[in-house]
Design a binder for this molecule. Sequence first.
Ligand SMILES: [Zn+2]
Length: 143
Amino acid sequence: MQTTPETRARMSKQKSHNTDVEMALRRALHAAGLRYRVHRRPLKKVRREADVLFGPAKVAVFVDGCFWHGCPEHATWPKNNADFWRTKIEGNRLRDRNTDELLTSAGWLAVRVWEHEDPIEAATRVQRLVMARRTKVPKGASP
Ligand SMILES: [Zn+2]
């Protein structure tokens, strides 16, 4: 297929780690006193990596690029090789939903942050979710 500089720029961004949004989000979470791990698989057997993980709380955060994950606000559908891109992006979206379902059924909470989101607001959202899940007393635990 024909690749334009625009296309190559997009492709080089795929699955990139440590993007600006991700770093800003991590800094904000760290500043809020939260500790986490990065770029790990929440489920060992499932080859899907989360960007930020909170082990005991079982919260997995994914920072999704607007283009690759078909953000409803910023999705752009390239005209060149339209079918290729549509299949690719729709495939990513299906995979994301599937990942969320796998995590949910394993007791995890999948949190998706769009790259266009304000990292501080996203961090606040993540922090609330983590705190809420931490305060839950596990079944069978004595108070
Ligand atoms: Zn977006």
